[in-house]
Design a protein around this ligand. Structure first.
Ligand code: PRX
Length: 635
């Protein structure tokens, strides 16, 4: 039992050593003592990073929903599992108990079955942050269907490509969503997407906004009457440990989004174990992660990790600025939130507002503050620590990725001393390595390099849906026998890690991963555009914002520039979503290129950041003259 909940630093080091010396033994013990299995494994781990192939708890049988719901019914049936806080505070919060959750998940599972969904089928979920979203994830897991959640801010185009990539036959959506003052026509967006998805035969529609929407005969069905008539129990499908649990798309630096595949057993064990320790979760706590379930943070740390521990997890539909900038803190006070987990971009946005929005509320219930999604800058860290944590609540700066499934490097609160901007120490079982440019591991402290992981952990994504070759090339070819994260990091004098940011062409804007290539492709489709390049530049709220350099075809020369800028951003919104819009668009006559034709983004990045004194050697460029012109007209 002792290794499940780490309470002091010495214990962390001792358990960490154990987890590294004998990973199989360590994870076997955790899995055996804390989860419900229908059949135990034959072998704890087999792996080969050059294939690559990773299998945890081979041939074990389980259903994750039995672990997240059923096993709590006897002791926690009346405990709140999901605490739903609506967009508008005038609407009452909903406390969904474990017993109610069980019934709702079973009904939804039966509705899915009734609509032909079987084990292994992919189900697209495009829902706002309403209880039906959690319920539908768990309903898929109940019957062994693979959920593919698409963040409800993505455009019709983005939905269509994801639906087609994983061949979903059914979509769950709603009539609309509330976001602050706005309501958004989600169903209309789905309708446009489905014009390009001939494989989708059924759309189940939840009611949220009561907007008038069109229902396509033979395809679209209202969800509620089906749920009302469904049976409230559903025997869980017995799954193999390595059966896929879900697909979640993430942007790469090139090409279409990657459908990361997570499997049942390892994902469950690792998200549950990290949740317990990294949030020091205790039985009566009220835990709140503000992420959207459309991202991995929501999957792992709103749904699966908390529920596997029988926790109360808050699900918030709204935004931090509605009805005013005190909304987060009002919710903390109202529900006596104990752990609060958010993104640096939200902290920076709120730090800009009047402190009265914070001071109005009683935040004394808080015990742990979390940060995730991008590096947290020192100023934001101190603001968070001082004003929200009152200098007493530890901040856990948690580094991880869609691909890692769970938190990888993070302090354990009340255990690991924290340092602003440092994710500090690897979590139990995680073996990081920093690599230099020649592919050698940097040993010792005070080093900086590319961050890799040397040994598999239970929740590593097993493949990219339909493209194992790309999985290998993206993560396992750069450094032999190591998983390459795409991030840079340094290890300081005491062995603490600080993540320095992406080392590839992924830019993190407001905590969202954006690949440059798809955005450039979208811009280039504009009839007036010949070519474009995107770089990131530092932004006081978003962390990074996007700067686009655009070459116009001759036809575009005479057009109004501001109109063109609007059209380009409109096009990006349609292709990808509003999160990928450019903050600045500069029209240029050429882009700096190497003699082999590669765009020198380093130079463009410096110009966008107004750091033009140290551009390095530009004489080897194919077209050095263009650099001065770009500098002269920089925005
Ligand atoms: O660059 C790192 C950054 O976010 C990337 C992963 O993004 P995504 O797959 O969308 O998952 C986000 C939520 C887990 C990483 O490669 N990142 C995430 N957390 C941190 C971070 N960078 C610095 N510090 C963090 N705590």
């Amino acid at each position: 039992m002792s290794n499940y909940h780490i309470k002091h630093l010495e214990e962390y080091f001792q358990v960490y050593r154990k987890s590294v010396r004998n990973p199989e033994g360590f994870w076997e013990e955790i899995a055996e003592e804390h989860f419900l299995w229908r059949k135990k494994w034959d072998n704890v781990l087999s792996w080969n990073f050059s294939k690559p192939e990773v299998k945890w708890f081979e041939n074990a049988k389980l259903n994750i929903t039995e672990n997240c719901i059923d096993r709590h019914l006897a002791t926690r049936g009346d405990k709140t599992a999901i605490l739903f806080e609506p967009n508008n505070p005038i609407e009452e919060a909903q406390h969904i108990t474990y017993r109610e959750l069980h019934q709702r998940v079973c009904k939804m599972a039966n509705v899915l079955k009734g609509n032909g969904v079987k084990k292994g089928d992919r189900v697209c979920i495009y829902l706002p942050m309403i209880p039906e979203l959690v319920v539908s994830l768990l309903a898929c897991a109940r019957i062994g269907a693979i959920h593919s959640v698409i963040f409800a801010g993505f455009s019709a185009n983005a939905i269509a490509s994801r639906i087609n990539d994983s061949d979903c036959k059914i979509v769950l959506t709603s009539d609309g969503s509330f976001r602050g003052k706005k309501s958004i026509d989600l169903k209309g967006i789905v309708d446009v997407a489905l014009d390009y998805c001939p494989g989708v035969k059924t759309v189940l529609v939840a009611k949220r906004t009561n907007a008038e929407i069109e229902m396509k005969a033979g395809r679209d069905k209202w969800l509620q009457p089906l749920l009302d008539n469904a049976y409230g129990d559903c025997v869980p499908e017995i799954m193999d440990a390595e059966d896929p649990l879900f697909i979640l798309y993430t942007s790469g630096s090139t090409g279409k989004p990657k459908g990361m595949v997570h499997t049942c057993a390892g994902y469950m064990v690792y998200t549950a174990y990290t949740f317990k320790n990294i949030f020091q979760y205790k039985e009566d706590d009220v835990y709140w992660c503000t992420a959207d379930i459309g991202w991995i943070t929501g999957h792992s740390y709103i749904v699966y990790g908390p529920l596997a521990n029988g926790a109360t997890t808050v699900m918030f539909e709204g935004v931090p600025s509605y009805p005013d900038y005190g909304r987060f803190w009002e919710v903390v006070e109202k529900h006596k939130v104990t752990q609060f987990y958010t993104a640096p971009t939200a902290i920076r946005a709120l730090a800009k507002e009047n402190l009265e929005f914070v001071e109005k509320y009683d935040l004394s219930s808080l015990k742990v503050l979390g940060s995730v999604g991008e590096p947290i800058n020192e100023e934001a860290w101190h603001w968070y620590n001082h004003n929200i944590g009152k200098n007493k609540n530890p901040i856990v700066d948690t580094w991880w990725q869609t691909e890692t499934g769970g938190i990888m490097i993070s302090p354990i609160p009340y255990v690991t001393p924290t340092t602003p901007t440092y994710a500090t120490l690897p979590f139990i079982g995680i073996q990081p390595a920093l690599m230099n440019e020649s592919g050698e591991e940097l040993i010792g402290n005070q080093v900086e390099g590319h961050l890799c992981i040397k040994f598999p952990w239970p929740s590593i994504a097993r493949t990219i849906w339909g493209d194992h070759k790309r999985y290998r090339e993206t993560y396992f070819l750069t450094y032999k026998d190591k998983y390459f994260t795409g991030d840079g990091a340094l290890r300081d004098g005491v062995g603490y890690y600080r993540i320095t940011g992406r080392v590839d062409d992924v830019i993190i804007v407001s905590g969202h991963n954006l690949g440059t290539a798809p955005i450039e492709d979208s811009i280039n489709e504009h009839p007036a555009v010949a070519e474009s390049a995107i770089v990131g530049f530092s932004h006081s709220v978003k962390g990074n914002a996007l700067y686009g350099y655009v070459i116009l075809k001759e036809v575009g020369e005479s057009r109004d520039r501001d109109n063109l800028r609007r059209e380009i951003n409109q096009q990006i919104t349609e292709h990808i979503g509003p999160i990928a819009k450019l903050d600045k668009i500069q029209f240029v006559s050429g882009l700096p290129k190497t003699r082999s034709g590669k765009i020198m983004r380093r130079i463009l990045r410096k110009i966008a950041s107004k750091d033009i004194n140290n551009l390095g050697d530009i004489s080897t460029l194919l077209n050095p003259e263009v650099v001065q012109e770009i500098i002269d007209n920089a925005l």
